[in-house]
Design a binder for this molecule. Sequence first.
Ligand code: IDP
Ligand code: MG
Length: 143
Amino acid sequence: MVKPDGVARGLIGGIIQRFERKGLKLVAARFERIPEKRVLEQYREHLEKPFFPSLRHFIESGPCFLMVWEGKNAVSVVRKMIGTTNPAEAEPGTIRGDLALDTGRNVIHASDSPASAAREISLHFSPDEIITYKRTDEPSLYE
Ligand code: IDP
Ligand code: MG
């Protein structure tokens, strides 16, 4: 999901374009201010961390753009594309490496494993919001 800083900076379109051009398929999306309950649930592993209050406050401060992307090894591919948590250390060419400076304003969230992806998708989307369709370039994307 594009976090409130990425939305405020007008980065949604450029981020979508990166994933589309990679060959990933967008199967669900929503633009919303995430309610407190789902913010706490999404970041539950960080509840006791010192940065949690500011993280939570920031995520609740404005709208986010939530997306589900599908494709071969989508979770690990997307994690590589977003770059490391601290944008100052993120490789150039990654989203955080190209577009951010500060850990607390790192523009984008992505699930860190297939298990957390399954959990986060079901937290934010109902099954009928996940859309099945074909991209016409699929035969050229996969061997
Ligand atoms: P990730 O987003 O790369 O998966 P996590 O360790 O899961 O990184 O942390 C979740 C989010 O919490 C980060 O993206 C960042 O916005 C925030 N965060 C993590 N560590 C710190 C920190 O040390 N200071 C401030 N914010 C942090
Ligand atoms: Mg994480």
